[in-house]
Design a binder for this molecule. Sequence first.
Ligand SMILES: O=C(O)C(=O)C[C@]1(C(=O)O)C=C[C@@H](O)C=C1
Length: 115
Amino acid sequence: MMTDVAESNGSLARPQAEGTGSDPGDPRTGTAEPLAAARIAETRRRIDEIDGQLIELWLERARLSQEVGATRMASGGTRLVLSREQEILERFRTALGADGTQVALLLLRAGRGPL
Ligand SMILES: O=C(O)C(=O)C[C@]1(C(=O)O)C=C[C@@H](O)C=C1
């Protein structure tokens, strides 16, 4: 499947076009070379495991964030704590660069909702 990807500059980029002159072989792996295809399939199994864990962690984090917000608001506190959000944004930016900031913004939104 060809899927557009949002680049950090806001433009949409197409992944490297299929059919750039080389033999795609099996379209599921993108190679005609059996050893490479086997290695790709094996590595993809690990990628799928990691993606599953990321999804679980994403959902768990969102639930915990909502719990913290509900506890604070039920006690008369604020919905948001912006200094805490800054800490989180900085942590992700330090570890992952500008894309880390984007990830952290999405993580925060998944928990407390849009600003
Ligand atoms: O840590 C908190 O106080 C939370 O409410 C959780 C959280 C987060 O998702 O990390 C969400 C909203 C706040 O503005 C800050 C952080």
